[in-house]
Write a protein that binds this ligand. Structure first.
Ligand SMILES: [Zn+2]
Length: 109
C-alpha cells in the first residue's frame, strides 16, 4: 500500500472549521452581549444556539472524517489514525492507496 497526499480533504476540512469557528464566536459574543444588556430571551436563545451548533459541527466534522471518498475511484475509504507517524490516513482497498489527509499534528516530508 502506497501513501499519497489527498488532493483536497485538508483544505475542505480547514475551511469548514474556520467558518464554524467564526459562527460559534459570533453566537457566543452575541449571547454575552445580549445577556449583559438584559435581552434575556435573545441571550439564552443565542447561548443555546452556540451549544447546539458546537455539537452539530463536531458531529459533522466527525462524519466528514469517516466518510471520505477515494479521489481515484470514488469508493468509500477507511479512515485511521497512524499512531507511529501521528497522521490521519484514509485507506482505499480498491486502489491499494493510503491517502494522507494532512490534518495530523505532525508534517511528513
Ligand atoms: Zn480508490
Amino acid at each position: 500500500m502506497t501513501i499519497q497526499d489527498h488532493p483536497s480533504f485538508a483544505a475542505q476540512f480547514q475551511r469548514l472549521f474556520i467558518w464554524a469557528w467564526l459562527i460559534d464566536t459570533g453566537l457566543f459574543a452575541g449571547s454575552l452581549y445580549s445577556l449583559k444588556h438584559h435581552y434575556m430571551m435573545l441571550g439564552w436563545t443565542l447561548a443555546v444556539g452556540f451549544g447546539v451548533f458546537t455539537v452539530f459541527i463536531l458531529g459533522y466534522g466527525y462524519y466528514q472524517l469517516f466518510n471520505i471518498t477515494c479521489p481515484n475511484c470514488g469508493g468509500l475509504t477507511t479512515t485511521q489514525k497512524d499512531n507511529a507517524q501521528q497522521i490521519w490516513i484514509a485507506k482505499c482497498k480498491h486502489c491499494n492507496v493510503a491517502w494522507n489527509l494532512k490534518i495530523g499534528t505532525k508534517r511528513i516530508d
